[in-house]
Design a protein around this ligand. Structure first.
Ligand code: F6R
Length: 587
């Protein structure tokens, strides 16, 4: 994970430029943040703070500098605790670097450098990069040559921006496995290197993306120039594209949190997805579908499997990307491989896509962030219409992913979007009731979400949202499976959330719920309006009954609101839950 940004410019406002970019990159991690710049005396200055970028912003508030070159980083800790000494930038011998990725052989490199008399300050894998570059400079290499010599030593993934105090007019970036965008300001007076185009949304008019092994060497002389070299150090052309990431800042628009705003936007997301959808592909050539993703995006895939096999009869597999990419899956030309990702940067999903592409097979991406790595690398593309999602937990993007998958396989005319959005809005209007139910649930030791058919993936999604936001251990299970083990957990300290829409599974699911009630388990039924259930000690939420195919959308809004209110009533930060990041760029 982690976000990096750097700037070389004729302008003076580099601090604000770095900090505002880091704020846009915070979705990649918020354990610590830091910047470094070369001051007018050619000395590196560094400011780092533990926690959010807001802490760093406070720390640099009164800072006045004439610097024209700087780097910045927001961290999701991998190696070493989230304490200041492990925060980036890392500095060695006048070289400062920021790094996104993981250096897998850092211990070996560290040992070698310790033997050479180098001293380390941090527990971070990234510090070896700065040490290695400065070590090579000490042996007589130039900054550029030292970068070139150091990189082949690194195993793992990296996107690195580096500056060197003896060459304050040079900014170098390089990458392998982690994304890196190079941006040019419209007036040509500034150049930027960052993790993505979002970081540069208000800064760069044009963007180019580096390929693995590339270096970008940026120079400030009479004017700002840059060249891109491939891993053999031959100059290459990488096409420039317009940076059309919206420049307007996303605000909470009066909502208490981004997450609440984004759940309230779910009906509109469904509508936009429906209106904007156009299939990029003729599906008749495929006999099988393989859906590959992580987390909530994976659950959108699990849901789609039910739809695709039931409604169009195409054999469908759903794969967790981190498993798929490392096992030896049997791939075939008659399969369409679909990669689902909100961020478009999830490293496991991206590498799974690359593995499939390397076999010359067809790939389709369903991605929310335009120009992200998965969006750029897939053969066929569907851009979801969720708009920017700021809350770390996916909410409205799940709706957009699931509906895009449904629309890919089912004729638009068969989907009553008005009915869906109306029902979702009705769920939202019950938020006070959901809040009250959440209050009953919030002190449970653990939560069990169960459902059958298309309610099962929603149970998985409900449990994931509950655990990541409220830190209550939660499991999602097919209702029919609970007596094969989980029933042993049931007592009065556990709340079971029963997803029981009035579909063909209804009676069976209710029987499963009764088995829980018979063992003193506490139960919340989420069922359809008009259903008569009368189990004295249970709680009930009623959602509108709509076409069974579309019912999961309505249940989703209910379980998202439920997870939101459980966490809120525990006083937790719902937008940035602990230990998480919105874009998972390390495996
Ligand atoms: C959970 C959540 C994560 C993501 C997962 C995949 O609320 O947000 O589980 O769904 O990290 O991320 P993307 O969709 O960006 O590939």
């Amino acid at each position: 994970m982690c976000g990096i940004v750097s700037v070389l410019t004729f302008e003076k406002e580099i601090i604000e430029c770095l900090i505002s970019s880091l704020e846009r990159l915070e979705y990649r991690g918020y354990d610590s943040a830091g910047i470094a710049y070369i001051d007018e005396n050619s000395k590196i200055e560094r400011i780092r703070r533990v926690g959010k970028v807001a802490h760093l912003r406070q720390a640099v508030e009164k800072l006045n500098t004439n610097s024209h070159i700087g780097i910045g980083h927001t961290r999701w800790a991998t190696h070493g605790k989230a304490i200041e000494k492990n925060a980036h930038p890392h500095i060695a011998g006048g070289v400062a670097i920021v790094h996104n990725g993981i250096i897998e052989n850092f211990e070996q490199i560290k040992r070698e450098l310790l033997n050479e008399g180098e001293v380390f300050e941090s527990d971070s894998d990234s510090e070896v990069i700065a040490k290695l570059i400065s070590y090579h400079i000490k042996t007589g290499l130039s900054f550029t040559e030292a970068m070139k010599t150091s990189m082949p030593r690194l195993k793992g993934t990296y996107a690195i921006a580096a500056i060197y105090e003896k060459q304050p007019n040079v900014l170098i970036g390089t990458k392998k496995g982690s994304p890196m965008a190079v941006g040019l300001s419209s007036d040509g007076r500034s150049i930027f290197i960052a993790s993505d185009s979002v970081a540069l949304s208000s800064l760069a008019g044009q963007i180019t993306y580096l390929e693995d092994g590339d270096f970008v060497i940026c120079l400030k002389e009479e004017e700002i120039t840059y060249k891109i070299l491939d891993s053999s150090f031959s100059e290459v052309n990488r096409s420039l594209i317009l940076n059309n990431i919206a420049q307007n800042t996303v605000t909470k628009s009066g909502f208490a949190d981004f997450m609440l705003k984004e759940i309230f936007e779910e009906p509109n997301t469904a509508l936009e997805t429906f209106n904007n959808f156009g299939s990029p592909i003729d599906l008749s050539q495929y006999k099988n579908i393989s859906l590959i993703a992580c987390g909530t995006s994976y659950y959108a895939g699990v849901l789609a499997k039910y739809w695709i096999e039931d409604l169009v009869g195409i054999h469908t597999d759903v794969e967790i990307a981190s498993e798929f990419r490392y096992r030896n899956p049997v791939l075939s030309k008659s399969t369409l491989y679909i990669f689902i990702s909100q961020s478009g940067e999830t490293i496991d999903t991206l590498n799974a896509l690359r593995n499939v592409k390397a076999q010359g097979l067809d790939t389709l991406s369903i991605v929310n962030v335009e120009s992200s790595s998965i969006d750029r690398e897939a053969k066929y593309k569907i851009k979801t219409s969720a708009g920017p999602e700021i809350g770390v937990a996916s909410t409205k993007s799940f709706i957009a992913q699931a509906l895009s998958l449904l629309l890919l396989f089912v004729d638009k005319n068969k989907i009553d979007i008005k009915e869906i959005t109306h029902a979702m809005n009705e769920v939202i209007s019950q938020y006070e009731k959901i809040k009250n139910v959440a209050n009953k649930i919030k002190n449970s030791k653990s939560l069990l979400y169960i459902g059958r058919g298309t309610s099962y993936p929603i149970a998985l999604e409900g449990a994931l949202k509950a655990k990541e936001l409220s830190y209550i251990s939660a499991e999602g299970y097919p209702s029919g499976e609970i007596k094969h083990g989980p029933m042993a957990l049931v007592d009065e300290s556990i709340y079971s959330i029963i997803l029981a829409p009035q579909d063909k599974y209804f009676e069976k699911t209710i029987s499963n719920a009764q088995e829980i009630l018979a063992r003193n388990g506490r139960v919340l039924f989420i069922t359809n309006e008009g259903v008569q259930l009368n189990f004295g000690q249970a709680s009930y939420l009623y959602v509108p009954k709509i076409d069974p195919t579309a019912q999961p959308f309505v249940l989703t809004t209910a379980i998202h609101l439920l997870a939101y209110y459980i966490a809120k009533q525990k006083g937790l930060n719902v937008d940035q839950p602990r230990n998480l990041a919105k874009s998972v760029t390390v495996e």
